[in-house]
Write a protein that binds this ligand. Structure first.
Ligand code: SAH
Length: 213
C-alpha cells in the first residue's frame, strides 16, 4: 500500500520554511543533498531530522536549520563567487555551499575529518572545493579576500585574520561564545572604514580550537 507520509526530506524542508528559511536555492540544496551519506550508517535514520548528530572526534554535523540559516545570511545580498569555510567537519555544510557559490575554500584542524569530508564530496562528484588542513583562526591568506566567510565552530572573539581576509562589502557569519557559556551567531559586514556587526540568534556550536590534530 502506498504511504501518505511525506518523505522525511520534504518534511524537513517544510519545517525549515516555517522556521524562516525562504531562500529557494538553499532549501533546494538541502532537499537534494543526501545528509545520510555524511553520518555513520547507524545514525542514517536520523539524518533528516532537524538535529545536530555526532561525527566522531567530539564534533557534530550542524543542525540543518543552522546550516540553512548561515547559508541564507551569507547569500542575503546576492550570489557569491567564493566562500571561505572554517570547520569542514564531515563536509555537509561544504556540500551545500558548493552548490550555491562558484568555489569553496574550506579549512579543518582534524585530519581524519578532513579525509572523511574529501570522501563524501568525491562521492557527490563535487569539484569546486579546495581543502586545507590547518588552524582556521588564521584563515587562508592565499585566496583572500573572500566575499563570504562562514565559521562552524565558536571562538571567544572574532579572529582578526578572518576580518582582514573579508572583502570590502563581504559578509562573515560566525558564532562567538561569551564568558557565561552562551553563544551568539553574528553577521559581520565589512565597509570601507569599519565593520558592521548584526545579531542573528543564540546558538550552540563546538568551540574553535587552536592548532591541529
Ligand atoms: N560544518 C561542519 C560542522 C563541523 S563541527 C559539518 O557540517 O560537519 C565544527 C568543525 O570545526 C569540527 O570539525 C572541528 O574540528 C572544526 N574546528 C574547530 N576549530 C577549528 C580550527 N581552529 N580550525 C579549523 N577547524 C576547526
Amino acid at each position: 500500500m502506498l504511504s501518505s507520509q511525506p518523505h522525511p526530506r520534504d518534511r524537513l524542508i517544510k519545517q525549515l520554511s516555517t522556521q524562516g528559511i525562504y531562500h529557494q536555492a538553499v532549501l533546494e540544496a538541502i532537499r537534494t543533498t543526501p545528509r545520510h551519506w555524511f553520518v555513520d550508517p547507524a545514525l542514517s535514520r536520523h539524518a533528516y531530522s532537524n538535529h545536530p548528530l555526532p561525527i566522531g572526534y567530539g564534533q557534530t554535523i550542524s543542525q540543518p536549520y543552522i546550516v540553512a540559516r548561515m547559508t541564507q545570511e551569507l547569500l542575503s545580498h546576492g550570489p557569491l563567487t567564493k566562500v571561505l569555510e572554517i570547520g569542514t567537519g564531515c563536509g555537509y555544510q561544504t556540500a551545500i555551499l558548493a552548490q550555491l557559490v562558484d568555489h569553496v575554500y574550506t579549512v579543518e584542524r582534524i585530519q581524519n575529518l578532513q579525509l572523511a569530508a574529501r570522501t563524501h564530496l568525491a562521492r557527490l562528484e563535487v569539484q569546486n572545493v579546495s581543502f586545507s588542513y590547518g588552524d582556521g583562526q588564521w584563515g587562508w591568506t592565499e585566496f583572500a579576500p573572500y566575499p563570504g566567510i562562514l565559521v562552524t565552530a565558536a571562538p571567544s572573539n572574532i579572529p582578526r585574520s578572518l576580518l582582514e581576509q573579508l572583502a570590502l562589502g563581504g559578509r562573515l557569519v560566525i558564532p562567538v561564545s561569551d564568558s557565561k557559556g552562551g553563544q551568539v551567531l553574528w553577521k559581520v559586514i565589512r565597509h570601507r572604514t569599519d565593520y558592521q556587526q548584526e545579531f542573528l540568534e543564540e546558538v550552540n556550536f563546538v568551540p574553535l580550537c587552536k592548532g591541529v590534530v
